[in-house]
Design a protein around this ligand. Structure first.
Ligand code: XCC
Ligand code: SF4
Length: 624
């Protein structure tokens, strides 16, 4: 039986999405929601995680009737292997992104690029100090050379542990060591996961899952963390600033360029190129009032947090942004870019431009962007967008509503500086029960759920309970559109959180960046744990990904749990076909790493569960 057709109201909570969904229907543009209807019901075996395609004696499906694949693998082994590869995929995405930043830093050091610079030297020096690179009296480029060599080493297989293990609280390091969970090298853990899940290797589900956690930790404490830290070094560390969000940031009278994907390496260049006087003059000559760059998804988060570039939308808004009919070009790097954007763009005058050799799309205009030539290429790309303005059909343009104002830029450095340089005022507020705890709400949209209903519902329910919320990724846009990212949102918070945020002039929901920037959150947890002399699992801190869809979100969830952070998911991963794996995820991990997953689609029930967890942690710390 096919999934019931949902009304536009049931698809998304947002007026801008609803208006564009109606226009998409009129314009004949198919969206993710339409295709979900076609794809439903999904294959039950795949949903349960009990299909195996790891060799050609199969593919095999495991069920009560057929309890083993041709090789003899049972449901536990098959589910664990599939989940392990899922985690490897997510960890690979974040980490390969991190490596790209090392390569840009290398190009800076070697002088092969003039387009990128070290914008935050102080941060580079701080990082160097942490990872044991000599800084005293040395030129910044020499320090950078050594830092990037250490980071390249973190991807390899010669180390016993990745460099940023130096940030992990001692008790947590011990736990990982005992369990064989210490991440040694990014590529090594991912390769080992592929090896273990080949036929005839790791046939003990819990053992596979321990390695899955190690692979995820290599993402969190190396791949992603290197990505975040070097992005700050190269493009500047985010500081609080105001910006705007939703589809109305697309401007009727301007050339609109949307950047989509994850890495700031290209989007930062597009932002720079859009200020080029010659291109601006060309735009004016064609009757445009200017060149407007706005973000989508995580590369949007990167330039939003650092530069205050407006955010047009999150994952499920990407097709709908094109439906406005006012987008001259959509410029992408990699990850979370729906291939459906090619036919959607083709319905309008929108040019779809790819920039990464590892993420080409059939039918796109491709630029092989490299650090050596990035700005010149970005100017060429912006030029294509500008020229496209004359092809826009004004009769097909419809831009919904008004933009919403947000505050962004809460890096750990920014949070510390808002606190006057020390964590003490925040910890005092936690001890006094004014801020009862923290929940990081992260991740995506998933058309199986009403868009952003859970993301927003959970955030609101938590701040009401004096629990501060940290957001990254696609939850940012959701929180922003709901007005939660402004200091005025304290009116929706409980009395304690209201007082604390009010006196600091900050919102009760803080935007900490993109999905790789979840590394900021685990670093913050480590800082707090170290300050209190406890483990991360002792803190009144939880995580949640209410509307997740991607392999990367699963990797984030797993590294959060492995760090000792109780993690809520709005939808289960495809593991329910194995009792061993499911029990481990929901219960067994608690005994091993001091945290587990909990699955709950209802945001209010989820808030209650997270609140209970935080209450328990506060009690254990002797706080009321
Ligand atoms: Fe992708 Fe990062 Fe998910 Fe958004 S939140 S849909 S992973 S863009 Ni990362
Ligand atoms: Fe089937 Fe085993 Fe091959 Fe998987 S590895 S496809 S379960 S025979």
């Amino acid at each position: 039986m096919a999934r019931e057709k949902r009304s536009i109201e049931e698809k998304s909570i947002w007026p801008d999405a609803r208006q564009m969904l109606a226009k998409a229907e009129r314009d004949g543009v198919e969206t993710a929601w339409d295709r979900l209807e076609q794809q439903t019901p999904h294959c039950k075996f795949c949903e349960l995680g009990t299909t195996c395609r790891n060799c050609v004696m199969g593919p095999c499906r495991i069920s009560d009737k057929m309890q083993r694949g041709v090789c003899g693998a049972d449901a536990d082994v098959v589910v664990a292997r599939n989940f392990g590869r899922f985690i490897a995929g997510g960890s690979a995405g974040h980490s390969d992104h991190g490596r790209d930043l090392i390569e840009v830093l290398e190009a800076i050091v070697e002088g092969t690029t003039k387009d990128y610079h070290i914008r935050d030297e102080a941060k580079l020096i701080r990082i160097a100090g942490e990872i044991g690179v000599e800084t005293k009296g040395r030129k910044i480029l020499k320090v950078a050379r050594d830092v990037l060599d250490v980071f390249y080493g973190d991807f390899g297989s010669r180390k016993k542990e990745v460099s940023f293990m130096c940030r992990v609280p001692a008790k947590r390091r011990e736990i990982w060591k005992k369990l064989g969970m210490t991440p040694r090298g990014v590529d090594r853990e991912i390769v080992e996961m592929m090896h273990r899940t080949h036929m005839g290797c790791d046939n003990d589900a819990p053992n596979t899952l321990i390695h899955a956690a190690r692979t995820a930790l290599a993402d969190g404490w190396a791949g992603s963390m290197i990505g975040t830290e070097l992005s700050d070094v190269i493009f500047g560390t985010p500081a609080p600033k105001k910006a705007k969000v939703n589809l109305a940031v697309i401007k009727k009278d301007q050339v609109n360029i949307l950047v989509h994907g994850h890495n700031p390496v290209v989007s930062e260049m597009i932002v720079a190129a859009a200020q080029d006087p010659a291109l601006l003059a060309r735009a004016k000559a064609l009757g445009a009032g200017g060149i407007n760059v706005a973000g989508l998804c995580c590369t949007g988060n990167e330039i939003l947090a650092r530069q205050g570039i407006p955010m047009a939308g999150n994952h499920l808004m990407t097709e709908l942004a094109v439906v406005t009919g006012a987008v001259e070009a959509i410029v992408v790097d990699y990850q979370c870019i729906m291939p459906s954007l090619i036919p959607a763009a083709a319905c309008y005058h929108t040019k779809f431009i790819t920039t990464a050799d590892k993420a080409k799309f059939t039918g796109a205009i491709h630029f092989s962007v490299h650090p050596e030539t990035a700005l010149a290429q970005a100017k060429e790309i912006v030029g294509i967008a500008v020229d496209g303005f004359s092809k826009r059909d004004p009769n097909r343009v419809e831009i919904p509503g008004e933009p919403v104002e947000i505050m962004t830029g809460f890096s750990n450095e920014a949070i510390l500086s808002a606190l006057g340089g020390s964590l003490t005022p925040l910890l005092d507020a936690v001890k006094a029960g004014k801020v009862r705890g923290f929940v990081a709400i992260v991740g995506c949209n998933n058309p199986k759920l009403q868009q952003d209903s859970c993301n927003v519902g959970l955030a609101k329910a938590l701040i009401e309970r004096d629990i501060m919320v940290l957001v990254t990724g696609c939850v940012t846009t959701a929180a922003g559109k709901a007005g939660l990212l402004m200091p005025e949102a304290i009116s929706m918070a409980g009395p304690g959180l209201k007082a604390v945020c009010g006196s600091l002039g900050i919102p009760p929901v803080l935007h900490m960046g993109s999905c790789v920037d979840n590394s900021r959150i685990i670093q913050l947890c480590a800082l707090i744990a170290n300050e209190l002399g406890v483990d991360i699992s002792d803190l009144p801190v939880c995580a949640s990904s209410p509307e997740w869809y991607s392999e990367k979100a699963a990797a984030i969830g797993l590294y959060a749990v492995a760090c000792g952070i109780y993690t809520h998911l709005g939808l289960p991963p495809n593991i329910l076909g194995s009792k061993v794996v499911t029990d481990l995820a929901l219960n067994g991990l608690e005994g091993l790493v001091g945290a587990s997953f909990v699955v709950e689609p209802d945001p209010l029930k989820a808030a209650e569960l997270l609140d209970q967890r935080i209450t328990g942690k506060r009690k254990a710390l002797g706080l009321c």
